[in-house]
Ligand binder design. Structure first.
Ligand code: ZN
Length: 423
């Protein structure tokens, strides 16, 4: 059992402007924010609370994770998180038009307005067994780290702030987002920035997965589903018609030969192909799914243009090869569009993340990744994605495991970062 220590009066956390516009002074302030926060007794008490509460926070992690949240069907887990936000005393708790769960923790003022989030969705289809099992400190279950851990950390941060009666200067909106994974295409966070909280978000944090990493480079991606279509026919009797599978082969050959920079890392991949009905038929359709990525927006734009050219050239060549007989058409759908960009390691928000990690005696490696922070980073709004502590194995597999050893450190680090950024 843990005792809950309630301080007699609320403590408002106001330190010198910690994370403002990127100036040398702001950067210096941010670089020392961790030690200054830890020197504040109420903050130290809140950090102690994260450690004390961690066993219950892990229970919350398991509870939410055993409610399935397949792509595009996050409603059940969203409803549970909404109830939790309400019971933690957040204000204006609601589910928005796309399914994000929002709850506000007002500060003494409205600004700066920090959004502190984790994602609800998983990569696992409907009907997946989401029961968890435990062996010592390790919990196994689909999504247990990515991102049930992030959701649990949000709960841990709110609880610790409540128990230590911490009041921030700015306001914090806690959010469980939908659609972070795969073809969800960041639809939850896009809606936050384009509709629900448009123009009102000053800083953004996503808690995603396990470990202590700090993601400051947003890997952008463009994804296509491309199909070549024609009349098709008998392989012998109709010989001489343009062939969708041959056109697809031409396109893949061209994509394979694209040249991309190694720095910033830029990549392409044909991930899935399909089409045709039998060995003795000219197919009427052949398709592929293509993934293009870069940490640099300009490099991604250039790669995107080259890929589109390859799709078109393959169509043209196959039609010409057969004198336009059985002319093919090209059906191209953009199925993923994640903007990229980078928050410099020297910027105040990243300096603050590094500082609060160091203040706990920990190290947080700077990472790159594709996360909810891609959207604010591409808009030039200070944003960072942090890991939620503990460690993980087999992320995105049915055998996903979360090791709870010292996982409270992730909750404590997230708490300090929220306090640093909400002032
Ligand atoms: Zn994730």
């Amino acid at each position: 059992m843990s005792t809950v220590r309630i301080l007699p009066t609320a403590t408002t956390i106001v330190l010198a402007a910690a994370v403002t516009a990127p100036s040398a002074a702001a950067q210096d302030q941010a670089a020392t924010i961790g030690t200054r926060l830890m020197a504040t007794p109420a903050v130290k008490a809140a950090v102690d609370a994260t450690r004390r509460n961690e066993a219950q926070i892990i229970e919350e992690q398991v509870r939410l994770c055993e409610i399935e949240a397949p792509p595009f069907k996050e409603q059940k887990r969203a409803a549970a998180l909404k109830t939790t936000f309400e019971s933690l005393g957040l204000k204006n708790v609601r589910i928005d038009a796309v399914g994000n769960v929002l709850g506000e923790r007002p500060g003494t003022g409205a600004r700066p307005h920090l959004v502190f989030s984790a994602h609800l969705d998983t990569v696992f289809p409907e009907g997946t067994n989401v029961r968890t099992t435990r062996q010592g400190p390790v919990i196994q279950g689909p999504g247990i780290a990515d991102d049930c851990r992030g959701l649990a950390v949000l709960i841990g941060v709110i609880r610790a702030m409540n128990e230590s009666k911490l009041v921030t200067q700015g306001s914090i909106t806690f959010v469980g987002t939908v659609g972070e994974e795969g073809l969800g295409d960041l639809r939850g966070v896009k809606h936050l920035f384009n509709q629900e909280l448009k123009g009102r978000i000053d800083r953004f944090v996503s808690v995603d997965g396990a470990g202590l990493g700090i993601t400051h480079t947003a890997v952008g991606s463009r994804r296509y589903r491309v199909a070549y279509k024609g009349p098709g026919g008998h392989s012998y009797g109709a010989f001489g018609l343009a062939n969708p599978i041959h056109a697809l082969g031409r396109a893949i050959a061209k994509i394979s030969e694209l040249r991309v920079p190694g720095q910033p890392k830029t990549t392409f991949n044909v991930g899935r192909i399909g089409g045709g009905t039998s060995v003795n038929s000219i197919a009427f359709e052949a398709w592929m799914e293509v993934d293009l990525r870069s940490a640099d927006q300009a490099a991604l734009t250039a790669l995107d243009a080259a890929a589109l050219k390859a799709f078109d050239a393959a169509l043209l060549e196959e039609n010409e090869r057969w004198g336009q007989r059985g002319q093919l058409t090209l059906d191209r759908k953009l199925v993923g569009d994640r903007p990229g960009g980078q928050v410099p390691a020297t910027s105040p928000i990243i300096a603050a993340a590094v500082s609060v990690t160091a203040a706990l005696g920990l190290k947080g490696p700077l990472d790159e990744g594709s996360t909810d922070s891609n959207v604010p980073i591409s808009l030039g709004i200070p944003a960072v994605t942090i890991d939620g502590g503990g460690s993980a194995k087999g992320t995105h597999s049915l055998d996903e495991r979360f090791d709870t050893t010292n996982s409270w450190q992730g909750t404590a680090r997230a708490l300090l970062l929220a306090l640093a950024l909400a002032q």
